[in-house]
Design a protein around this ligand. Structure first.
Ligand code: ADP
Ligand code: MG
Length: 389
C-alpha cells in the first residue's frame, strides 16, 4: 500500500491531490459540538499542503437526501478546518467551478452526499461520479484518509481510487496498524469492553472476538438481553427478545462478565427517579440506564490486570448526568491500567471527551466506529482493499 509520505517523496508541489477525509462531526445547528474528527484530519492535510500540493478535500456530513438539505452543508466544518490549518478553507459546490488554486491551498468540496451517485448501489453511477470528481479537480493522485468511511463502497472512497493513483493517508495507516495489533497476537490478558445500545449491532463482533479474548465485559443497553438470557427480569430496560437465544449461546463461552448491579430509573430522563439495585432486583416499570458502582469495581478489577484493552460502546446513557458514572468509572479504569488500550465507536470517543477524561490516557481513540468493528470482525474494508491493489 502506497502512503501519503511516498506521494510527498514523489514530489507534489504544484500538483492537485484529491483527499477523502472523515469530517462527519456532530452539530447543534451550526455549532460543532465535537471537532475530534476535524482535528484528526489535519496532519495529512498539513503534510500535503506543506509540500506545496493543491489540496481538494471531499467529505460527507450526515445523510442528506438532496443538495437542498442545507442543514447538512459543510460550511461550519470548512470554517473550523481553516482555523485549525491556519489558513482559510474555501467551500466549493460539487459541480464547481474550482477556484484558481495556489501551491499549498486547501479547499473543501460541499457535502459529497449531496450527489446521490456517491452512495449509489449502481457501479456505473458511482464510477461516473468518481470521474466527475477527477475531471472537476484535475487531480493526479488520491489520498484516502477518512478511516470512518473505508468500510463503505462509495464513489469518493472506493471508485476514485480506480481512476487515480491511490495512497493511504496517515490517519488510515495508523488506524489500520493499531487494529492489526488487536487482530494479530495482542498481549494477554486481552480484555474487551462492549456497551452501547443494541446486541444485534454488535453480535458479529462479539462472535469474532470471543475466541481471541480472555474476558468480555458487557454493559450498556445490550447487557439486559444477556441478563434476560440468564433468567433475570429486566423491567422496561432495552431488550432484544429475538437475541436472547444468541446471548445464551455466547454466555456458554464462560468469558462474558455481566454487571451485578444497575442504576434503574422510572423514565428516560435526567430528572427521573433513580435507584441502584442488584441485577435480580429490577422491578417492572423501571429501566436500567447504567451499570452500578459494584459492577464498575468488578469491571475495574478485570481491567487492572489487562495488557490489551478494546472498548466499544458506553456503559450507560452517559448523555444524561445521572447515568454517566458507569462509563466514567470504566473509562477511568482503562486510563489507570498499563494496558495498550483502544477506544472504537463514535459515541464512546465522544463520551471520553464529554466526560473530560484525558484523551492521551488511551493508546488510541479510533475515528471510525463501524469501520473499526468491521475490521475486528475480519471483514475486508473496500476503501483499504482498493489501495492495496
Ligand atoms: P458507539 O457509537 O460507541 O459504537 P453505540 O452507538 O453502540 O456506541 O451506543 C451508544 C448509545 O448507547 C448511547 O447513545 C447511549 O445513550 C446508549 N446506551 C447506553 N446504555 C444504555 C442503556 N442502558 N439503555 C439505553 N441506551 C443506552
Ligand atoms: Mg454510535
Amino acid at each position: 500500500m502506497k502512503t501519503v509520505s511516498d506521494l510527498v517523496d514523489e514530489g507534489v508541489a504544484g500538483r492537485t491531490v484529491l483527499v477523502r477525509s472523515d469530517l462527519n462531526v456532530p452539530l447543534d445547528g451550526e455549532t460543532i459540538t465535537d471537532d475530534g474528527r476535524i482535528r484528526a484530519s489535519v496532519p495529512t492535510l498539513s503534510e500535503l499542503s506543506g509540500a506545496g500540493a493543491k489540496v481538494v478535500v471531499t467529505a460527507h456530513l450526515g445523510r442528506p437526501t438532496s443538495s437542498s438539505d442545507t442543514e447538512f452543508s459543510l460550511a461550519p466544518v470548512a470554517a473550523r478546518l481553516g482555523e485549525l490549518l491556519g489558513a482559510p478553507v474555501k467551500l466549493v459546490p460539487l459541480d464547481g467551478p474550482l477556484p484558481n488554486l495556489h501551491d499549498g491551498d486547501v479547499v473543501l468540496l460541499e457535502n459529497i452526499r449531496f450527489d446521490p451517485r456517491e452512495t449509489s448501489k449502481n457501479d456505473d453511477d458511482r464510477a461516473a461520479f468518481a470521474k466527475h470528481l477527477a475531471d472537476l479537480t484535475g487531480a493526479e493522485a488520491f489520498v484516502s484518509d477518512g478511516f470512518g468511511v473505508v468500510h463503505r463502497k462509495q464513489a469518493s472512497v472506493y471508485d476514485v481510487a480506480e481512476d487515480l493513483a491511490g495512497y493511504a493517508g496517515g490517519l488510515v495507516l495508523s488506524e489500520v496498524e493499531v487494529l492489526r495489533t488487536l487482530t494479530g497476537a495482542p498481549e494477554r490478558p486481552y480484555v474487551v469492553v462492549l456497551g452501547g445500545s443494541k446486541v444485534s449491532d454488535k453480535l458479529a463482533v462479539i462472535e469474532a472476538l470471543l475466541p481471541k479474548v480472555d474476558s468480555l465485559l458487557v454493559g450498556g443497553g445490550m447487557c439486559f438481553t444477556f441478563l434476560a438470557a440468564q433468567g433475570y427480569g429486566v423491567g422496561s430496560s432495552l431488550l432484544e427478545s429475538e437475541q436472547i437465544d444468541n446471548a445464551r449461546k455466547l454466555l456458554e463461552s464462560g468469558k462474558i462478565v455481566l454487571p451485578t448491579d444497575v442504576v434503574v430509573a422510572d423514565r428516560f430522563a435526567a430528572d427521573a427517579a433513580t435507584r441502584t439495585v442488584p441485577v435480580d432486583g429490577i422491578e417492572d416499570g423501571w429501566m436500567g440506564l447504567d451499570i452500578g458502582p459494584e459492577s464498575v469495581t468488578e469491571f475495574a478489577a478485570v481491567l487492572s490486570t489487562a495488557k490489551t484493552v478494546f472498548w466499544n460502546g458506553p456503559m450507560g446513557v452517559f448523555e444524561l448526568a445521572p447515568f454517566a458514572e458507569g462509563t466514567r468509572g470504566v473509562a477511568q479504569a482503562i486510563v489507570s491500567s498499563s494496558a495498550f488500550s483502544v477506544v472504537g465507536g463514535g459515541d464512546s470517543a465522544a463520551a471520553v471527551r464529554a466526560l473530560g477524561l484525558p484523551e492521551d490516557g488511551f493508546s488510541h481513540i479510533s475515528t471510525g466506529g463501524g469501520a473499526s468493528l468491521e475490521f475486528l470482525e475480519g471483514k475486508t474494508l473496500p476503501g483499504v482493499a482498493v489501495l492495496e491493489r
